[in-house]
Design a protein around this ligand. Sequence first.
Ligand SMILES: *Cc1c(COP(=O)(O)O)cnc(C)c1O
Length: 454
Amino acid sequence: MAEPTRILLDESEMPTRWYNIVGDLPEPPPPVLHPGTHEPVGPDDLAPLFPMALIAQEVSTERYIDIPGEILDIYRLWRPSPLYRARRLERALGTPARIYYKYEGVSPAGSHKPNTAVPQAYYNAAEGVRRLTTETGAGQWGSALAFACSQFGLDCEVWQVAASYLHKPYRKSLMEVWGATVHSSPSELTGAGRAILAEHPDSPGSLGIAISEAVEVAASDPGTRYALGSVLNHVLLHQTVIGEEALAQLAKVGDTPDVIVGCTGGGSNFAGLSFPFLREKLAGRLAPTIRCVEPAACPSLTMGEYRYDFGDTAGMTPLIKMHTLGHDFVPEPIHAGGLRYHGMSPLLSHILELGLVEAEAIAQVECFEAGVLFARTEGIVPAPEPPHPIAAAIREAKRCTETGEQKVILTAMCGHGHFDMGAYDAFFRGELVDLDYPKQEVRDAMARVPVVAG
Ligand SMILES: *Cc1c(COP(=O)(O)O)cnc(C)c1O
């Protein structure tokens, strides 16, 4: 029988537990600190923002957490997602490497984000919350949460980064179809937004600013909680269904990965794909190289310092130890909006420090070239974020062409680009250029990061 191109699992093979890598690490990640006292935060500090079930997952050291049946029922709308063998891309590259991609664009919102939006809406609804607030960069998280809230009858209010609000009007429409209310950020609706606008009336916004606005509104209303689409441990946990499925799918075709690459904005799709493989690596059963790929214009893992910083721009969140470019650093409005974040998941930052994964930065022109080649061979038009690991996979595959190695490369194709055609237009018009690493801006922002002992 010919080897399959699309490797599928039955509904009955869908994972029923999330994998928590914290239980398998040689050292636990550093604690999250209270911004005032610099003491570790307790559940009560987080209760105004998150439901108790998610706070428990955030600090859990259990290796596996069962997925509630109501969440599995919604996951079944698109899961298990397909794993593809990229035969046409391989042929175009003339490579002996075998390239696989796990495709999360089959979800209703078109990315991996509903994997965590659905459980977040579920646990909030179960604890009597009526409204969720959030930020969105490229619009993918906002639309995922809007979809999830619609499944549980929750109100959803989204602060969308101004640059993307302007350039991606259909992401806003999509959120509104699912019943959400969308504001351009910075907005006049919050103290954090007004403070930015007073200084920078034309601010393109940033994820950090939008987080400040959504957190401020949630913290001031007892019936409202906040939802974050990346960075936090419970978000990475929910995404591990991706890697668990991919492990089972590769086993079906008898392949094991030599290299795993994924893009890192806050780290969630990367962690989702790679952590189950890292578990296998820690247990000595597999030995893949696992590599984060980030934009050269916002390179928190490769250029940022590993230290305590705020998750938002206004400095309202707890202090988290992570690779950061400085909480008030505003990255250039590159087209991969989902990768424009000053920080990184603290769990993934810790894992990079432990030397269990590596990181590389790639500039946007090479990424768009890779995205277009992918669309013209595999057919799927990638969102502007996954071309980063696609470019990294192509680099690997070309090395294999030279050396004759038959490496197995696995990548996360975390979303489609149907709402991102403006970015492709800009690329074809030649307007999309490689931006220099903003050394001085990062140095200035780092000077404003709080000093924390230890
Ligand atoms: C949100 C998003 C990202 C970046 O977030 P991670 O938490 O790093 O995954 C990347 N790609 C797509 C398609 C996204 O929607």
